[in-house]
Design a protein around this ligand. Structure first.
Ligand SMILES: N[C@@H](CCC(=O)N[C@@H](CS)C(=O)NCC(=O)O)C(=O)O
Length: 205
């Protein structure tokens, strides 16, 4: 059985939503980031990078949300959770996930999780830079009601992790980001997503 290492509310939520949406046979194990469990030998043996998510499979451990999402989509072809049969559409799916992982996540992460917390001009600058990334998604990367167009894909669950964080921080202004707000509401209304939120002890935001 697949085993996903998660930290409730953190970016592993994307992979957790993916497994649930795909109807996968899986279990989860919580790694408590606050107490530093990700740096303990037991977990470093799973993922030497000391971060979640990590997905333990019969073929070894897979890390990084974009890789995990692509793997889940390809190993659950009947679930229809990514355009795996169209190389160009699948490239677009992977491109969006790459942007979320390498650009949006670090930008909002700097605002929310810098230690010590950012203050003053440094915080204002970080917020401005993060909001510019959200603006790119709002204006250019959402192809329809769902990120890839008319159909839900695992990129939608991934995007929702960061729109949840922004909304919780009061940064997802409804007049500046109407499409992202509507998108987050649609994602959080999905039965599979509600099950995952409940399993992680979270609520829709
Ligand atoms: N690009 C990675 C990012 C993984 C990551 O940074 N995870 C964070 C939680 S959102 C983490 O585990 N951080 C460990 C720590 O805070 O020490 C991915 O998408 O999987």
């Amino acid at each position: 059985m697949l085993k996903l290492y998660i930290s409730p509310g953190a970016c592993a939520l994307a992979s957790h939503i993916a497994l649930e949406e795909a109807g996968a046979n899986y279990e989860t194990q919580v790694i408590d980031l606050r107490s530093g469990q990700q740096r303990m030998p037991d977990y470093l043996a799973v993922n030497p990078a000391g971060s979640t998510p990590a997905l333990a499979t019969d073929h070894g451990v897979v890390t990084q949300n974009p890789a995990i999402l692509a793997l889940i989509a390809q190993t659950h072809p009947d679930a229809g959770v990514a355009p795996i049969d169209d190389p160009y559409a699948f490239a677009a799916f992977n491109a969006l996930n790459g942007f979320l992982s390498s650009s949006l996540h670090p930008a909002i992460g700097k605002v929310l999780f810098s230690r010590p917390p950012l203050e003053g001009e440094a915080k204002d600058q970080a917020v401005e830079q993060a909001l510019a990334k959200y603006q790119l998604v709002e204006d250019h990367y959402l192809k329809g009601d769902w990120a890839m167009g008319d159909a839900f894909s695992l990129a939608d669950g991934y995007l929702s992790v960061f729109t949840r964080w922004a909304r919780q921080a009061g940064l997802l202004d409804a007049s500046r980001f109407p499409r992202l707000n509507g998108h987050l509401d649609r994602v959080q209304a999905r039965p599979a997503v509600r099950r995952v939120l409940e399993a992680e002890g979270l609520s829709a935001v």
